[in-house]
Design a protein around this ligand. Structure first.
Ligand SMILES: C[S@@+](CC[C@H](N)C(=O)[O-])C[C@H]1O[C@@H](n2cnc3c(N)ncnc32)[C@H](O)[C@@H]1O
Length: 416
């Protein structure tokens, strides 16, 4: 429990959860898979529960405690909700953990948790009386959801608090959905097909259990993310740009779909290495270059692209259940900053698209400012741009559900 609390504390101090977890897992290389999964699950689910634990703690504490103890209490409350039948064991374990982290506060932790247990019947009322706790999202986020999705905001927020589905993308150059489904069935991994290359697993499993992964026959990629390559529809011989490419999921899908010449750009050199590793595992080739895609003069050779994938940096609000730390780290004003960055990238990339070529704009956001509003303003600035509809709609806003995360897609064609 202390390890999960350390991860939560890292996020409360402004750190990235996935990075913190990877560093911790590296440090404890001998952890069995079960321990790794348990630490991960507890940290992730505590952070997904944004605001709920604090609504309870506010009733029991006058001042917020030191960060590591605060995090430990949140983890403890999460565990008490998950396993009410083991309440006393949980309290004992948390008190022992507090004795390691801050021995002087052991008694306080014990007192708060025993008090919390005594008043357990009140928790639903405390949570319900606080809007952030009720939806387990920051207030500004609830407000944006309400304004941007007036019909579906409650379902959208509820979906953000669920566990994310695990989906595979079959490398059609090496296997097929049917063959992989048969392999999974033989390994007792329940799964179903969803679309041309997509399989959704009933429960998440460690990739180490998937021989098809190590052998480059499948990749782990959200089913929503897999729509990008399908919508861009690369054709043999196309010159294609993936402008924001790491870790290379969509780049690899494009290369699996057609014999194309692909340039994959990535700003972050370390993340760029992940593209190389992924392509090597799948037996695919592309030119990978570390560059800021919006500084066109630094990387473009002047030959226009037939297709461009602009999978821009965004709030990731559509993938919040996968990255629950973003509820804690993002601020309302960050959305405008992302929108500005996206606008710069779109305007710069447009110059590199051939007349008649297609650019697919993608975010994993559910906020209109990064999505439909961004595209409308792009169309107003570029008279030579037109929308290519997606299933009879000008664009496509996927909201998170049992099959996929939230994504936004808009297809833009440069007039001839
Ligand atoms: C949404 S992720 C891309 C995911 C990727 N397309 C995939 O499917 O695996 C956005 C990526 O863009 C990178 N990035 C951010 N700003 C960039 C820029 N100006 N130029 C190039 N890459 C950028 C980020 O480091 C991040 O890796």
């Amino acid at each position: 429990m202390l390890r999960a609390a350390e991860l939560v504390a890292r996020v409360m101090e402004g750190g990235n959860l996935t990075d913190a977890f990877e560093r911790m897992a590296e440090l404890h290389g001998s952890w069995p898979e079960k321990t790794r999964a348990a630490v991960r699950d507890l940290a992730w689910s505590t952070l997904r529960d944004y605001g709920r634990g604090d609504a309870i703690l506010r009733q029991l504490l006058h001042t917020p405690p030191a960060i590591v103890i605060h995090a430990l209490l949140l983890v403890a409350l999460r565990r008490l909700e998950q396993r009410p039948e083991q309440a006393h064991t949980t309290v004992d374990q948390v008190v022992q953990a507090a004795a390691v982290a801050m021995p002087g506060l052991k008694g306080m932790v014990n007192g708060v948790l025993r008090n919390a247990l005594r008043q357990r019947a009140q928790w639903p009322q405390w949570i319900d009386g606080d809007e952030e706790a009720r939806h387990a999202h920051p207030r500004w986020w609830v407000e944006r959801a309400r304004v941007d999705h007036p019909e579906r905001w409650k379902a959208l927020l509820a979906a953000g608090n669920q566990r994310s589905p695990m989906a595979l993308r079959v490398n059609r150059r090496r296997s097929s959905v049917d063959a992989v489904l048969a392999e999974l069935a033989a390994d007792d991994i329940p799964a179903r097909a969803l679309g041309a290359d997509t399989i959704v697993l009933e429960h998440a499993v460690a990739v180490a259990r998937l021989a098809a992964y190590a052998e480059g026959r499948v990749s782990v990629q959200d089913a929503g993310a897999q729509r990008a390559a399908v919508l861009l529809a690369p054709q043999a011989g196309d010159r294609v740009l993936d402008a924001c490419a790491a870790p290379g999921g969509k780049a690899a899908h494009l290369l699996e779909m057609a014999d194309i010449e692909l340039l994959a750009l990535e700003l972050d050199p370390q993340r760029a290495q992940r593209i190389e590793r992924n392509l090597a595992r799948l037996g695919l080739q592309a030119r990978v270059q570390v560059a800021d895609c919006s500084a066109v003069q630094q990387w473009w050779d002047g030959r226009p692209f037939d297709r461009i994938l602009a999978d821009v940096p965004c709030s990731a609000s559509g993938a919040v259940r996968r990255h629950p730390d973003i509820k804690w780290l993002r601020r309302d004003e960050d959305i405008a900053a992302f929108a500005l960055q996206q606008r710069r990238i779109l305007d710069a990339l447009w110059h590199t698209l051939a007349a008649g070529g297609t650019m697919l704009y993608v975010t994993c956001s559910v906020f209109a400012q990064e999505n439909a509003a961004q595209v409308s303003s792009f169309l107003r600035r570029h008279a030579d741009a037109e929308i290519v509809p997606i299933e009879a709609s000008p664009d496509c806003q996927l909201l998170p559900d049992v099959d996929h995360d939230g994504f936004y897609f808009a297809r833009l064609r440069k007039r001839l």
